[in-house]
Design a protein around this ligand. Structure first.
Ligand SMILES: Cc1cc2nc3c(=O)[nH]c(=O)nc-3n(C[C@H](O)[C@H](O)[C@H](O)COP(=O)(O)OP(=O)(O)OC[C@H]3O[C@@H](n4cnc5c(N)ncnc54)[C@H](O)[C@@H]3O)c2cc1C
Length: 541
């Protein structure tokens, strides 16, 4: 390799492009640097990658080359009806159009660099069956794995996997998912020879001169996820891209816009506290959809952190009335929204949800919350969970209800009705097991039963158990309003020259919906790319 790979820590300086945040923002940094623009990435935490590095790195981009290589018939046009029907007026149509048409050229550009390698399509049903344009096989692609050793001296810079940071599990030699995406993007970026990456450096302000954003003020210090060092200024001739994630760990903003969610259950990295959002708003940026997040059910574990999971195996979910209120297998973002909708309705509490199941589930060790499995051997140990209060057990449903503080008649009637559905194979109330997503879960984590509906197993083997489910998120979703080139807008629709936003810092192109696996990272990549193209003076076609 000719170009220097080691990120240099420089003093205050002048660049063409500054990227704030090193998750999806790395795609923008690479795009700019590979076009010869001197690019600075600043990253608040001591590692590169953000929540993107913790993710599975599914990327939802209709009609991209990896989908077509897999022999799937698809195109941006085919997905247009799907997004139009789902998003409606919740986000500007021009944003979703930009999202749709950018997917194929973006993947084509990245695949042209061997550091990115080829992306691979994997079958994951989309999340809204029955909508026009819905694709049963899905439109999600993944980056290629990469050996940790291929990163050389850059390896220690990459944020560790979620399970390493939370449970101390040794990171595997083969980097997969978000680890691989960030590793590949970092390698490609540094090989351009046009980039510097400063970790432990946090944006505090955006510098405006003559109505144009010309740089940023930041603090630099070595404090892991939070930074409070000496202030520094960096200048950018072409523009500043705010790609600093959402405000998932900003309790005040959460309470203001998302109560009862406060942020303590989020699965986003701790450094995402909405700094870029605040800096943009301070210079007049408009915002939208601040009440939104990429929601998911979170299982409350003895470790304290709710575990984001996507695949519910057995049992039923009940609210404070002891009754079901949803298909427990809804795709995770829809499930999160449904819990929040139910919570507070007619005085009902659905936070937490009580997940009630029987001994059969415990025997089957069916707490495999794929695909985000904590990978701890024997991590579900019923005795340990009981001791920690994360699991409740009783010999009868009446006793279980008493321990949970919910009406016994509600719970027994619910389980009776559900068992009838299970024996018949049809969930007449919530249609569990009918959508392709539900059935994929049965295929991946194993059938709940060999009865007529593989997603509906009878609950009748004592003792009975309950765990708590809350609403976690993969990051907040609302943010700074932009145009289709990711340029930040004022409330009157005018552009703030020199300022761009992407990923969870940006108000979402996808509005209130999560169309299929990979919506967040798809959005982060596309709008980082478009911002860099705009700064480079190029266009996507
Ligand atoms: C377990 C898990 C699995 C997931 N799987 C998927 C998946 O398969 N597909 C998908 O699409 N989504 C997935 N997600 C969600 C997705 O990872 C995130 O929503 C997305 O990566 C956010 O990208 P981002 O670039 O906006 O933010 P991030 O990747 O979080 O990057 C933001 C970066 O900005 C930095 N930063 C914050 N403030 C400042 C500041 N003041 N100055 C400088 N830097 C700052 C942060 O430290 C962080 O590194 C998953 C999430 C989790 C937790």
């Amino acid at each position: 390799m000719d170009a220097p790979l080691s990120p240099a820590v420089s003093a205050e300086g002048r660049y063409d492009v500054i990227v704030v945040g090193s998750g999806g923002g790395l795609i923008g940094a690479y795009t700019a640097a590979s076009r010869g623009l001197r690019t600075l990435v600043i990253e608040k935490s001591s590692h590169v990658g953000g929540t993107t590095a913790w993710s599975g790195a599914g990327i939802w981009l209709p009609g991209n080359p990896a989908i077509l290589r897999a022999g799937i018939e698809d195109s941006p046009a085919a997905a247009r009806a799907y997004l139009d029907a789902l998003i409606g007026d919740d986000a500007p149509a021009e944003l979703r159009e930009a999202y749709l048409v950018s997917g194929p050229p973006l993947i084509e550009e990245l695949e042209a660099n061997p550091r990115f390698g080829q992306f691979t399509w994997r079958p994951i049903p989309e999340y809204y069956e029955g909508r026009p344009g819905f694709l049963r096989k899905g439109r999600t692609v993944f980056p290629a794995d990469i050996a940790r050793s291929d990163l050389g001296e850059l390896e220690p810079l990459v944020r560790r996997p979620l399970w390493t940071e939370r449970w101390g599990i040794e990171p595997p030699e083969q980097m997969v998912g978000g680890q691989a995406l960030i590793a590949r993007a970092l390698l490609a970026l540094m090989e351009t020879g046009n980039a510097e990456v400063l970790t432990s450096t946090a944006l505090t302000d955006v510098i405006v001169e003559d109505g144009r954003v010309v740089g940023i003020e930041a603090v630099h210090g070595d404090h892991g996820d939070q930074v409070d060092g000496a202030p520094v200024r960096f200048y950018a001739d072409r523009g500043v891209l705010l790609a600093a994630g959402g405000f998932e760990h900003n309790r005040a903003l959460r309470e203001k816009h998302q109560a009862p969610i406060t942020g303590e259950w989020t699965s986003g990295v701790p450094s995402n506290t909405g700094d870029a959002l605040a800096a943009a708003v301070a210079i007049g940026a408009d915002t939208a959809l601040l009440d939104e997040a990429w929601f998911a059910p979170g299982l409350v574990t003895p470790h304290g952190w709710p575990l984001f999971y996507t695949m519910v195996w057995g049992g039923v979910w009940v609210d404070s009335t002891g009754r079901r209120f949803m298909n427990e297998r809804l795709p995770y973002d829809r499930a999160g929204h449904e819990i929040l909708r139910r919570h507070g309705e007619d005085g009902v509490t659905a936070l937490p949800v009580h997940w009630v199941f029987d001994q059969r589930q415990v025997d089957a060790e069916a707490f495999t919350f794929l695909p985000v499995d904590p990978q701890l051997p024997g991590w579900f140990d019923a005795d340990r969970w009981l001791e920690a209060g994360a699991l409740v057990r009783a010999d009868t449903l009446e006793d279980l209800a008493a321990q949970l503080g919910i009406p016994a008649d509600g719970l027994t009637e619910t389980v009776d009705e559900y068992n009838g559905f299970a024996r018949e194979g049809i969930d007449e109330r919530f249609h569990r097991g009918e959508a392709p997503w539900d059935r994929m879960v049965a295929a991946v984590v194993g059938p709940h039963t060999d009865g007529p509906n593989r997603c509906l197993g009878v609950i009748d083997q004592r003792p009975y158990y309950a765990v708590q489910v809350v609403v976690t998120d993969l990051g907040t979703k609302g943010g700074v309003r932009t145009d289709a080139s990711a340029r930040v807008l004022r409330p009157d629709g005018s552009v703030i020259d020199g300022l761009y936003a992407s990923g969870n810092t940006m108000a979402p192109a996808l509005g209130r919906i999560y169309p299929g696996a990979g919506g967040p990272i798809g959005s982060a990549m596309v709008f980082s790319w478009l911002a860099a193209l705009d700064m480079a003076g190029a266009t996507s076609d």
